[in-house]
Design a protein. Structure first.
Length: 347
């Protein structure tokens, strides 16, 4: 009887014949095949792609459809409606008729969703705001996953003093309520510039909410990663690799990282959905995205004073947030099932 000399065969955990083909496929291939086989994932990913494309087309919409600057006040602007020139800010018909009310949805061309209290096109701002919201959520998700992966793997794999220090830091950050910590950091940054070496980041830069949101969720991802690495350290194929004298760096690169990557993939869409809600909440409280930038959260705040007269100003970004978060959660559920062989076979 010959003993196979291939390192991968010697170090892989015992799997059944049905599991062997599954385990040999890389996580990215498994993700792609699983997503394509799921109607829910295909529909969710397609709709998310449409949302992304729509937000990227914001400048085109503002220039050729809205024909108005969504960041400039339009209190004295007029538009063509039903063959007549009408003001964007119309005389109020409520109470004593004092003051003005923004024009409502025209459902075509300019001011498709109406105007806000500053006479700005809500639809154009919705696209621009969505672009910023998705950018912040996506970038903060990548930042959080990278930092959490480094911290979790270092704590779980190195152990000892490194694990003790990193775990205590994680516990300290975890002790703060997420929104309270994010709001506190945002308030500290408002009106100040952040200097990192030769680079200076202004308080109105989108980098500020990206850093804040990306860092406050690190403990919630790093701890599961640490637990995953601790379990892998005690697995048979890792112990066998150490017994064969394989370098720790090779074990980390070839065996720890591929197993941890599946956990990070599952976290990605769910964390992005959470980051969209967090960014919108901070911006609604005026401690997130700062003028002249816009996001779905700032548009929600703009519509707060028009909730009874022009509810669409608040409803539009609210629906956009709800739809995007729902689609990301559906995609995350499919990813979780795809990367869990037992769950995938059970369906």
């Amino acid at each position: 009887m010959t003993i196979p000399s291939n390192e991968q065969t010697a170090l892989s955990p015992a799997v059944s014949a049905g599991d062997e083909g599954w385990s040999r496929r890389g996580p990215w291939r498994r993700v792609l095949e699983g997503l394509l086989a799921s109607p829910t994932a295909v529909i969710s990913a397609s709709l998310l792609l449409l949302i992304v494309i729509a937000t990227l087309m914001a400048p085109v919409y503002a220039k050729y459809v809205s024909k108005a600057d969504p960041f400039r006040s339009g209190l004295s602007a007029k538009i063509e409606l039903d063959g007549k020139r009408v003001p964007v800010m119309q005389q109020s018909t409520e109470g004593l008729g004092l003051g003005v009310t923004p024009i409502g949805p025209t459902w075509g061309g300019q001011y498709f969703l109406g105007a806000d209290a500053q006479g700005r096109d809500v639809a154009a701002r919705l696209f621009y705001g969505g672009r910023n919201s998705l950018l912040i959520a996506g970038a903060s998700t990548v930042l959080c996953l990278l930092v959490a992966a480094v911290v979790g793997i270092a704590a779980g794999y190195l152990g000892g003093l490194v694990d003790g220090v990193l775990s205590n830091v994680i516990d300290i950050i975890w002790a703060f309520p997420v929104y309270l910590l994010a709001i506190s950091l945002s308030i500290v940054m408002i009106g100040r510039s952040l200097a990192i070496g030769p680079f200076e980041i202004s308080s109105s830069s989108l980098i500020v909410p990206i850093l804040i949101i990306g860092l406050v969720y690190v403990p919630y991802v790093a701890r599961p990663i640490r637990g995953r690495v601790l379990a892998l350290n005690q697995s048979e194929f890792i112990l066998a690799a150490r017994g064969l004298g394989i370098r720790p760096s090779r074990i980390l690169w070839k065996h720890i990282l591929p197993n941890v990557s599946t956990t990070l993939i599952v976290f990605a869409p769910m964390l992005m959905a959470l980051n969209i809600v967090t960014e919108s909440s901070l911006s609604f409280l005026s401690v997130g995205v700062q003028p002249p930038n816009a996001s779905w959260g700032t548009i929600l705040q703009d519509g707060q004073s028009l909730l009874y007269s022009r509810p669409v100003v608040s409803m539009a970004p609210g629906i956009a947030i709800m739809a995007t978060v729902l689609l990301l959660n559906l995609l995350g559920d499919v990813l979780r099932d795809v990367l869990d062989p037992k769950s995938a076979r059970g369906r």
